[in-house]
Ligand binder design. Structure first.
Ligand SMILES: Cc1cc2nc3c(=O)[nH]c(=O)nc-3n(C[C@H](O)[C@H](O)[C@H](O)COP(=O)(O)OP(=O)(O)OC[C@H]3O[C@@H](n4cnc5c(N)ncnc54)[C@H](O)[C@@H]3O)c2cc1C
Length: 436
């Protein structure tokens, strides 16, 4: 069996490695000049690695820990309760721990211990929270933190999907956020080792025949053929018709795509002329735009003061319309004003604009109200086409690196099962227990 994999992000690489380890013939085709996709570790900006894309391992139980341990990588635990400052709506600055202890209306936006009220079929997250009694102040807390991390403004998110994700996250992923100190690319490079990967090779069209083979054509007119194809390109590329399918994808696949979107997610990264906070503080939950800041320098012995603003949804659009230079200036001015630190200046600044990247077209996926189940429909195989990528992961691990990684394993397993691999070889795919 031969397989082509479109995209050398976490999903594509994990799929390709699993297939190659099982003795299959695999070629990965990647549009960009680098591998990793939305995991993108930069080593020029500062003395230490800086993540321009994914930064944390979300949860102490997720599958990536087996790689981290096998590779003996050091990680830093973001101790949110003690090393993060919250700018309360009333104007005080408190540690996360104190803010939660003294402000129950803020605390609930961290515990998510909500009343058992089912969302309506087409209800968005903002409407749902208002209906169950969140007041304006609480909605602002949600907007600033939780919803900013969801990658799109609350009114676009399916309440049902958000709740499903919230309820299952702790159980499946565990707690905490961890940064790999040597960079996320340590995992990427490990997976890529020994794989045949063609970079600078955007695929423009896919010719496929149900239960037969595939033929794909690249921008340069190169043609590749195989028995099966794993599509792990970002949802944004599929939604923008970046790849033409001939024949068109089946109706259920197009309906799945209709129910999913990529939110605008950007990072604004600064090397500042002086420390921003006490040494013990790694993150700031602000009131302005950007609402969320953290320091990639935290955890390193360094004189660099690098701070990253993570911004999505309306916040991101409000900055992006100003243009890159003004967006960087406005965001820093907002931090200076909030902290009353007019003397803070940037020695270097970088805007990582994921929505503008033609091979990503957004930050990560979310489900539109009324379209629950779209991820599962997108994930379902349509042989010879198999589907991977974070958007195809179940809600509680969609939009994450570990979700992308496991979606690749799932797609590889589907191909091997269909080809009767284990009957032929007597071998099963080495895999974490639950790929559902
Ligand atoms: C700013 C930001 C911060 C994030 N932070 C975190 C975090 O802290 N923790 C976390 O778990 N997740 C985080 N995420 C989400 C995480 O990065 C993604 O869920 C995950 O990396 C997606 O992997 P993937 O393989 O599905 O897609 P990608 O990594 O996007 O890989 C898809 C690949 O397909 C390639 N491609 C596109 N079009 C074509 C084409 N036509 N032909 C060939 N190749 C093509 C792309 O170039 C890319 O390399 C973050 C994302 C962003 C944007």
């Amino acid at each position: 069996m031969s397989t082509l994999v479109l995209g050398a992000g976490m999903a594509g690489l994990s799929a390709a490695k699993a297939l190659q380890d099982a003795g299959e013939d695999v070629l990965v085709l990647e549009a960009k000049s680098r591998i990793g996709g939305r995991t993108y570790t930069n080593r020029d900006f500062a003395e230490h690695p800086v993540e321009f894309g994914a930064e944390f391992i979300h949860g102490d139980k997720v599958v990536l820990w087996s790689l981290v341990k096998a590779l003996d990588l050091q990680t830093l635990h973001w101790q949110k309760t003690t090393d993060s400052l919250v700018h309360l709506e009333e104007g005080d600055w408190l540690s996360m721990e104190d803010a939660r202890a003294t402000h129950p209306e803020f605390d609930i936006t961290r515990t998510w211990l909500l009343p058992e009220v089912d969302p309506l079929a087409h209800e968005d997250w903002q409407a749902y929270l208002s209906r169950i009694g969140f007041n304006e102040k609480q909605l602002r807390y949600v907007r600033r933190s939780f919803s900013n991390a969801c990658g799109e403004s609350m009114r676009f998110l399916s309440a049902k999907a958000v709740l499903e994700g919230l309820r299952a996250t702790l159980e499946h992923n565990g707690e905490g956020d961890y940064r790999i100190l040597s960079g996320y690319d340590a995992l990427v490079n490990h997976l890529a080792k020994g794989l045949e990967i063609k970079i600078n090779d955007p695929i423009l069209s896919v010719y496929w025949e149900a239960n037969q083979g595939v033929r794909v054509t690249s921008l340069d007119g190169e043609v590749y053929e195989a028995d099966s194809l794993i599509i792990s390109v970002p949802l944004g590329v599929l939604l923008s018709d970046g790849i033409k399918f001939n024949p068109l994808l089946p109706r259920h696949k197009r309906s799945a795509l209709n129910g999913l979107r990529m939110g605008p997610v950007i990072k604004l990264i600064y090397k500042l002329n002086q420390p921003v906070t006490e040494k013990e503080i790694m993150a700031i939950y602000g009131k302005g735009n950007p609402p969320m800041w953290w320091s990639p320098s935290f955890g390193f012995e360094t004189n660099d003061n690098v701070w990253t603003a993570f911004v999505s949804g309306d916040w991101a659009m409000d900055l992006l319309v100003k243009g890159e230079e003004a967006a960087l200036e406005n965001a820093l001015n907002s931090l200076k004003t909030e902290l009353n630190r007019p003397e803070l200046e940037a020695n270097a600044a970088h805007l990582q604009n994921w929505p503008d990247d033609p091979y990503t077209r957004g930050g990560y996926s979310f489900v539109l109200p009324g379209h629950d189940g779209a991820r599962e429909k997108l994930a379902s195989p349509t042989p010879p086409l198999f589907w991977a990528g974070e958007a195809t992961a179940p809600e509680h691990r969609a939009a994450t690196v570990h979700g992308a990684y496991m979606s690749g394993l799932r797609a590889a397993k589907e191909i091997l099962e269909l080809s009767g691999h284990s009957q032929k070889t007597g071998k099963n795919l080495a895999e974490p227990a639950n790929l559902a």
